[in-house]
Ligand binder design. Sequence first.
Ligand SMILES: C[S@@+](CC[C@H](N)C(=O)[O-])C[C@H]1O[C@@H](n2cnc3c(N)ncnc32)[C@H](O)[C@@H]1O
Length: 455
Amino acid sequence: MAHAELDRLQSCLNFALNALRREMDDSHLPPLSQHNSVEHPLDDPNFLPSARLFEARRLSLACLGELKNLIQPPLDKCIEEKLSLYGVVCTEVLIQAGIVDYLADVPNPSQGVPAAELATKLELDSQKLIPILRCSTANGWVRETRDSSFALNRCARTFLEGQAGRKINLALPGFMTVVETIPHWVTESEWKLSRSPLQTAFQIAYKTPLLAFSWILEHPEFLIPAADHFQVWGDMSTPSIVADYPWAQLETPVIVDCGGGEGGLVSAILDAHPSFQAIVQDMEDVVAVTGSIMEDRRPRDIESGVLKVESHDLFQPQPRIGNEYSFILRHIMHDWPDKEAATILSLTAGALGPKSKILIIDMIAVPNVDATATTTINSLSHKRVDNVIPSHFGSASKIISGSSMHMLAMINGYERSMHEWETLVRRAGLRITNIYPLRTHVSIIECALDTRAML
Ligand SMILES: C[S@@+](CC[C@H](N)C(=O)[O-])C[C@H]1O[C@@H](n2cnc3c(N)ncnc32)[C@H](O)[C@@H]1O
């Protein structure tokens, strides 16, 4: 009997995995393994995959997600989804209890150690540890090498001290209460129809009138963890931004990174294109941190004035005016509702000269409609693949839909669709001059003054 959807998904998955294998071989990458504790080159957030490898991996993940949705019993799916919160807290325990660090340091990390040893060394209860480790095993972070012995999986290396996963810090204390508050906020609170960044699940859960960014400033102990978190989130796209945007065509000598945080992006751009000068702008307390990071890492650029760090409020007119400057807004617009986002964009637009560009670097939330994700798939091969993958790669776009929920809950921001980007850009007197899809979750929306609107 023909099982149309199952058959199509299976052949799509085979196609995607074959492409993945071929691309890995062509890039001279070693085989992937879940049975050792050593990092694979593809695990490095700075590794830039070929475009085809990026697509093959995304398509494989999309097929796996669709297959799971197709065959999993609904009640299992429902229970699994609700229980997934425990997976989140188990990874917190792996980090906070020192389990990841300990497992990485044992003489043979791939062999694993008994839970009893972990319990003794880390002063924990082995009876609590085993369910926690098994929950993490199901999520692939660790594996059980023998009954009740556990080893670090390579992906858990991202949780080691100094590594990117360790710095991803959605878990400000009380963060879970923001998540819990969302149903009340959206369905019955007095703010359920509000689009204000001051009337969100965040303010309800934290019992504060403050904007999320202001709350962080009021709690300086969270400033550096928050800035590190933003930087890691940004670093995911930096290699592709540097490689895939035609920087040489930019006609302005100075790049201004508005809300540029710790300055990682302009550093990478200056490394690749030393003819540019750059300015990092952010809030006063943040640029104090950024300034010392930059003095440490790029003393010569700071001394020569090639790189400047300055305080600027996104809600004040942009002081860097004219043809000398182009502007980057990475992960800025998604932080804000439409009214505030339009204000930021208009104030930046007000500083543009005819040669200036604004590069909005953010996610484009393609609606996940049925079975239209063919263009990218076809770029992997001339052979048409009859597929059933939603237009935005289904569960392979969970980072985008999840990020949209996070922005919504924290500040009434969201990840915008192409139509929403066009509206916002037009509202600011700009036009989109090009869109650069990147080998990551974000794209570059390149904008310039809409001179036609001035005629
Ligand atoms: C999501 S982070 C993005 C950081 C950076 N653009 C990146 O991609 O790594 C948002 C940034 O906006 C900054 N920010 C928030 N409100 C601001 C304001 N009113 N004026 C200037 N910067 C602001 C924050 O301090 C933070 O660095």
